[in-house]
Design a protein around this ligand. Structure first.
Ligand SMILES: C/C(=C\Cc1cc(O)c2ccccc2c1O)CCC[C@H](C)CCC[C@H](C)CCCC(C)C
Ligand SMILES: C[S@@+](CC[C@H](N)C(=O)[O-])C[C@H]1O[C@@H](n2cnc3c(N)ncnc32)[C@H](O)[C@@H]1O
Length: 246
């Protein structure tokens, strides 16, 4: 009989700690990520994403960046905003997510103004003052160094331009936090477990606990050098959007 190399009762799956763990996690969920977002949010994430893109103030002809683009939802919305004279860069460090994004652009019959770039949000491969607007959807909570990510966004954003950062809202209200955690424990994780991805979606709960409140996000943005920062609660307080101007 083969013995497990650890006492079974104390075994826990590897916690998601470093950038490599997170990259691997997002690559594993890539094939089902879009469908699960539609299912779990009852399609609401599309509304939150449209709001976020509109707060970025991206307009016709702009050169814009979607950091941590994943399968590309925000980049596709930006593509329509900037039109054929504009340019969208979608950047992510997961090849698998970018492959889903790229295959969606070929089936979506969308404008040919999007470029998918494999890269690190903590070391953006762009010149200073390069973009007219930037978006980041469900990315900031997942990077290992939030301050560095904000500094990089500020560096590549033109003076006077805006970044719009959509994510879960870490509420100050214990009741609101408990509702979010109850939904994750009782709806999100059980649904994800059907696809063998319960640990990947359980990570959502710890990442929200470790995230910043709206006030803390505003403070971080001002500390790194943005001139204004405003956090809006949306989706009944479940989500939030930080809008900051260079
Ligand atoms: C948009 C959603 C998830 C994005 C997402 C973000 C991450 O950081 C992840 C990390 C690891 C794995 C997966 C993800 C990930 O999918 C979907 C969010 C769904 C909500 C948890 C549940 C929303 C429930 C309600 C039905 C929505 C109704 C809102 C109400 C009408 C105000
Ligand atoms: C929850 S998904 C969000 C995807 C998409 N923006 C959306 O709104 O659906 C988070 C994405 O951030 C990416 N990501 C996390 N850390 C990153 C980093 N340091 N550099 C680039 N991408 C990163 C992951 O690969 C993943 O695709």
């Amino acid at each position: 009989m083969m013995l497990a190399p650890y006492p079974i009762s104390t075994f826990r799956p590897t916690p998601v700690r470093c950038a490599n763990d997170r990259q691997a996690l997002f690559s594993r969920i890539a094939p089902v990520y879009d469908n699960l977002n539609d299912l779990l949010s009852l399609g609401q994430h599309r509304i939150w994403k449209r709001m976020s893109v509109s707060w970025s103030r991206a307009k016709l002809g702009d050169r814009v960046l979607d950091v941590c683009c994943g399968s590309g939802d925000l980049a596709f919305l930006l593509s329509n905003k900037v039109g054929s004279d504009g340019k969208v860069i979608g950047l992510d460090f997961s090849k698998e997510q970018l492959m889903v994004a790229s295959s969606r652009s070929s089936t979506k019959n969308c404008l040919k103004n999007i470029e998918w770039v494999e890269g690190d949000a903590l070391d953006l491969p762009f010149a200073d003052d390069w973009f007219d607007a930037i978006t980041m959807g469900y990315g900031l909570r997942n990077v290992v160094n939030k301050q560095k990510a904000m500094q990089e966004i500020l560096r590549v954003l033109k003076p006077g331009s805006t970044v719009s950062i959509l994510d879960f809202n870490k509420s100050n209200e214990p009741l609101a936090s408990s509702i979010t955690e109850l939904m994750i424990d009782n709806i999100v994780v059980p649904v994800a477990s059907v696809y063998g991805l319960s640990e990947e979606y359980r990570y959502l709960k710890s990442s929200i606990r470790e995230f910043l409140t709206g006030q803390e996000l505003e403070k971080l943005a001002l500390e790194v050098g943005f001139s204004t920062a405003q956090h809006y609660e949306i989706g009944g307080g479940l989500m939030g959007c930080l809008v900051a101007k260079n």
